[in-house]
Design a protein. Structure first.
Length: 309
């Protein structure tokens, strides 16, 4: 394994936030294994927040933090070198705060990986907020490693699909399933409390595969099978009172749960939706959130979402 402080490859990389916590260690090992599967480089980033420390702390304090950070990165790289000797590994000690450091380190085509909690260099981001803050405004997909990071029971890669606007990020879910040699499960949650005007939808037919969401799901699965020969594509429709709770429950049986984070049609909105928020805090498996724009959705819909003649 080659270890560098500067980038040594122009190809896609997996960028992992390293902070010295057990959750951060799990994220670095998960990220390394994923980088091997995708044949990506691995970039370990530690955010020491030295820009702030240099303004408010003594020189000795800043140097102590720097030395500790360099040791932490060296130890993380050493463990990965022993487990994954084939990886092209780079390390980065950032002077920035955690989230800006991760976003700055990621190039187009990269994926950011973080643990579900932080300590050390990611100390300000506790109780799940490390993943939440990393997702907000990220230019690239973000994986929050939660639950059982690595399962060997054939658990599928599960993609949470709402409607035709989600097709743009499904290529990510396809690649994850192919890299892991796992089935791809397209999951649609039908809200039992969906309303039409001011009246609640009738419970009659609950659980029945009828409705535009279900028909779209089956059509999308057929097209994905054509585009990705050899990939097992399954579909499932779940009727539940809460989309968030249904996805958290589904995560118990998934190896990785993938979903998109959409632009809000009403304009820029700070934060993420409550479904993403719930998954990042309660999922039982790693969660990948893929950003997508309205322009990207339009291009994808021409391929997957339009009616055929």
């Amino acid at each position: 394994m080659r270890i560098h402080s500067a980038d040594s490859t122009d190809g896609p990389r997996t960028v992992v936030g390293v902070d010295g916590s057990e959750q951060g260690r799990a994220a670095s090992l998960w990220g390394a294994a994923t980088a091997v599967r995708h044949r990506h480089g691995l970039r370990l980033v530690h955010a020491a927040d030295l820009d702030r420390l240099d303004r408010f702390s003594s020189f000795e304090t800043s140097e102590h933090v720097r030395d500790k950070a360099e040791t932490l990165l060296a130890e993380a790289a050493q463990e990965i070198r022993q487990r994954f000797p084939e990886l092209d590994l780079t390390v980065k000690l950032s002077r920035k705060r955690p989230v800006p450091a991760l976003h700055a380190a990621a190039r187009p085509g990269d994926t950011i990986v973080v643990g579900s909690r932080g300590s050390g260099g990611f100390g300000p981001l506790l109780l799940g907020s490390v993943g939440l803050e990393a997702v907000i405004g990220s230019p690239v997909p973000v994986v929050v490693v939660r639950g059982e990071p690595e399962r060997d029971d054939g658990a599928p890669v599960t993609a949470a699909v709402e409607d035709e606007h989600d097709v743009v990020w499904l290529v990510r879910a396809v690649r994850e399933a192919q890299a892991r040699d796992r089935p791809l499960l397209l999951l649609h949650v039908r809200n039992k409390l969906a309303t039409s005007g001011s009246r609640a939808a009738s419970p009659e037919g609950a659980g029945q595969p009828a409705g535009p969401g279900e028909y779209f799901l089956k059509d999308l699965a057929s097209r994905l099978r054509v585009d990705s020969p050899g990939l097992s594509v399954q579909t499932e429709v779940v009727t539940a009172r809460s989309t968030a709770s249904a996805l958290v429950e589904t995560s118990r049986e998934a190896g990785l749960l993938v979903m998109g984070s959409r632009e809000r049609r009403s304009g820029p909105v700070l934060g993420v939706g409550h479904v993403v928020h719930a998954l990042l805090h309660h999922s039982r498996c790693p969660v990948e959130i893929v950003p997508c724009s309205r322009d990207e959705r339009g291009v994808a819909e021409e391929h997957y979402g339009g009616d055929e003649d």
